[in-house]
Design a protein around this ligand. Structure first.
Ligand SMILES: [Zn+2]
Ligand SMILES: [Zn+2]
Length: 757
């Protein structure tokens, strides 16, 4: 007996080749009916024999396209009509929305072959794509994901492209951005106020520009890049001057694994990620520490991404033909810490002084940076900057909120978040909100994302810092936000990622955040029990003489710690510090010297001492350099960070560790050994508190978050110490452990209706 079924599949099912996949699967299983995209997801009417329907549904579940992500799969009965064939129906909009926008996909192998093949009509065509690859999130204005709602709407498909688009057996069937040299977008070169050439000639000239040691601004998928030769000192120096980034590492782009292999270690897992459809920047360990020293000075690793768009591939092809064989520096096109530039006019204004600009006429609707990840010592992918390729994928929540919630995140490395039923959307990396342009980017993205997801938040959550711009932005959007403490939000972001509902321990080892006592927190241990959060342990408090400026002048923190523990005279021998006495007076008289328990600042101070460096030009520069030289194994005795009881909480006291470090300095102990002693010693202290709290509270689940977990050596030592102790250790994995996870944690705190004890 034949019957009829209605199937609604929601999740990331649009723009990932899902409808052609349904069509092929239907034909294979002898199913009649139709499939269509609605804003509620993919809608299928399927008629056939019961056994065929059964295997059809099974194939749909098991063989879904790799870039799709199914969040729900509903089947119900329909009236049997005896349909004669299976077809793809035109999209319709519906009121409830649960389909998601797919993330952008790196060029697939088949399309890469097309542009290499001189007989193919897309030979060297920089906008080649298909249902398996190409722009998605960056071009979509609203759902359903169909060409008229994308920035491809202004390009009318030529008959050849349209034929592919209509043919269910073709790889480009319903590929919304489908295009070719006849009908699609074009590249052109902007030089000294004019467009001087287009197409291949433009890319040729752009390539010559790079080879001759200049900087090229090039429009990509989510914004502009600035590109140059990583081995040309003058070019890199000019780029650093332009971006006002004297030391901060740049990323490299390559089309070829062999170039990578020559200089860098790359594991199977790292290789998979570099060449995945997400194509993030992956930090890879250098074979020698002085490799790419212009690109990532004083660090043991450098970030590498693949040439992920056809335009980049064609550029590399032409460079290779001109015997230029190295990778390229490919860094976000912006001034220091500003949002990535996305529009042609914007780019012309900003980059004209640098030289020619390679533009194209496919508008970028959603601005988005490259993502940055690494593979940790346990082969887990960890994310540092979550953006292109990862956004707008959602996190599945264990239950849904009655009404949508909005969270405005933190001020540094901001991301914001929305809920939509059981889905939690975290925005792309927005950046540091004290820059006005980033605040604008926040508002621009809020409006676009809200429209795109048809989210309708009824309430909001923000950070409890009274001066945070993210909170005032939430107010300016009409919300009266509930406030969540920064490190509790860190903790809850891990619970959200792992759908944890039970009692657990939370450990936030972080830079800085506003504490419930008005002090600056940053090394916090919590117990979550019966919906209440208790602060159980922290770092010993110390002063930050000068406040914020300590970030850039970390020696101030060292002075402060030394003073606190009566070790000040040791400093005289190391640094000739004229300012030392002034600072000590500031601390003594409590002048602009806020109290903190920040682990990040402790890392700063120790790194300063280990490396004999006083200043930092980018966030965590000295800790990153100290981590780079830290060996994984050593027989040296780690510094002892004592655990002391202070009223109701435990404190990690750095006194003895600091005294030993000063002694090591005096004895000319090598920097790498000192680095090991510090990292292992601090990890031991954190582990010890975890074990104490786990035992005392009979809790096995521990959630770790905070920027310090990006320190690979610290994370490695900590995990190794705790791994066989019958505990369940949870870390951020889909979200960064830095402040990029705060918005998700804020939402989860509100969802669980948690309170602070
Ligand atoms: Zn493709
Ligand atoms: Zn065409």
């Amino acid at each position: 007996m034949p019957s009829s079924k209605k199937i609604i599949i929601s999740g990331t099912v649009q723009g990932v080749g899902f409808r052609p996949f349904v069509w092929r699967t239907a034909v294979k299983n002898n199913i009649k009916g139709f499939v269509s995209n609605t804003s509620a997801g993919v809608f299928i009417k399927a008629e056939g024999e019961n056994k065929d329907l059964k295997s059809f549904v099974e194939d749909l579940r098991k063989q879904a396209p790799p870039a799709s992500k199914i969040s729900s799969f509903e089947i119900s009965d329909l009236k049997y009509e005896g349909l004669k064939n299976f077809y793809i129906k035109k999209s319709k909009e519906s009121k409830t929305i649960s389909a998601s926008v797919p993330a952008d996909l790196a060029i697939c192998k088949a399309c890469a072959e097309d542009i290499k093949d001189s007989k193919n009509r897309r030979y060297e065509y920089p906008f080649t794509n298909c249902t398996d690859c190409g722009p998605r999130f960056t071009i979509v204005e609203k759902l359903p994901y169909d060409r008229p709602f994308t920035s491809m709407k202004k390009f009318k498909m030529c008959p050849s492209c349209f034929k592919e688009y209509k043919d269910p057996s073709n790889r480009r069937f319903h590929a919304q951005p489908n295009a070719c040299p006849v009908c699609g977008p074009k590249v052109f070169l902007w030089e000294e106020g004019n467009i001087t050439c287009e197409n291949k000639e433009a890319i040729e000239k752009a390539a010559d520009n790079i080879i001759s040691g200049n900087i090229l601004a090039i429009k990509g998928l989510g914004g502009f890049h600035l590109a140059c030769d990583p081995f040309n000192f003058k070019a890199v120096k000019r780029l650093r001057d332009f971006k006002d980034r004297p030391f901060k590492p740049f990323a490299l782009m390559t089309d070829d694994l062999n170039t990578v292999n020559k200089y860098l270690h790359i594991s199977k897992k790292e290789e998979e990620i570099v060449f995945s459809s997400k194509a993030p920047i992956v930090t890879l360990k250098k074979k020698k520490n002085n490799y790419f020293n212009y690109v990532s000075p004083n660090l043991d690793s450098v970030g590498v991404m693949s040439a992920y768009t056809p335009l980049h591939l064609v550029l590399f092809k032409i460079l290779r033909e001109k015997k230029f064989l190295s990778p390229l520096i490919m860094t976000s096109g912006n001034h220091r810490d500003e949002p990535i530039t996305k529009d042609n006019e914007e780019a012309v204004k900003l980059f004209s002084s640098l030289g020619p600009i390679l533009l194209h006429n496919r508008p970028i609707h959603n601005r988005i940076d490259d993502s940055l990840v690494y593979v940790d010592e346990f082969s887990q992918e960890r994310i540092i900057r979550r953006a292109r390729g990862y956004v707008p994928d959602f996190i599945s929540l264990p239950f849904s909120a009655k009404k949508d919630i909005f969270a405005s995140g933190a001020d540094i490395k901001n991301s914001f978040a929305f809920t939509r039923k059981k889905e939690l959307f975290v925005s792309q990396y927005i950046g540091d909100l004290d820059d006005r342009n980033n605040s604008n980017f926040f508002c621009e993205t809020y409006k676009k994302t809200k429209k795109l997801l048809k989210a309708n938040p009824a309430s909001a959550v923000s950070d409890s810092h009274p001066g945070y711009r993210s909170s005032s932005l939430a107010s300016s959007l009409g919300f009266k936000p509930q406030f969540v403490q920064h490190h509790i939000a860190h903790f809850f972001s891990v619970m959200a990622e792992h759908s944890i509902l039970n009692d657990c321990i939370g450990v936030s080892i972080d830079g800085t955040g506003y504490g419930t006592d008005g002090k600056i927190w940053g090394c916090e241990f919590f117990v979550y029990r019966n919906n209440k959060v208790y602060r159980k342990a922290s770092l010993e408090e110390f002063c930050l003489p000068g406040g914020e400026i300590c970030l850039w002048e970390p020696y101030r923190i060292l002075v402060s710690l030394a003073y606190k523990f009566g070790l000040g005279e040791n400093l005289n021998k190391i640094f000739k510090l004229k300012e030392k006495e002034v600072m000590e007076k500031m601390i003594e008289n409590k002048i602009n010297s806020p109290l903190t328990t920040s682990a990040g600042r402790l890392f700063d101070a120790f790194s300063c001492l280990i490396l004999d460096k006083k200043y930092s030009t980018y966030e965590a520069q000295l800790p990153m350099e100290a981590e780079s030289i830290c060996p994984k194994i050593s027989s040296a005795e780690p510094y002892n960070f004592e655990i002391v009881k202070d009223k109701n909480i435990l404190r990690i006291c750095p006194k003895e560790a600091l005294a030993k470090a000063f002694k090591d300095k005096k004895n000319n102990t090598s920097q790498d050994i000192m680095s090991y002693k510090f990292h292992f010693g601090f990890a031991s202290a954190v582990s010890e508190i975890c074990l104490l709290l786990a035992k005392e509270n009979k809790i096995e689940n521990i959630c770790f978050s905070g920027g310090c977990f990006q320190n690979r050596k610290f994370s490695y030592f900590l995990t190794n110490i705790l791994k066989n102790k019958k505990l369940n250790l949870y870390f951020n994995s889909k979200l960064p452990s830095n402040d990029g996870c705060i918005s998700a944690g804020q939402i989860y705190f509100k969802l669980l209706k948690a309170t602070i004890a």
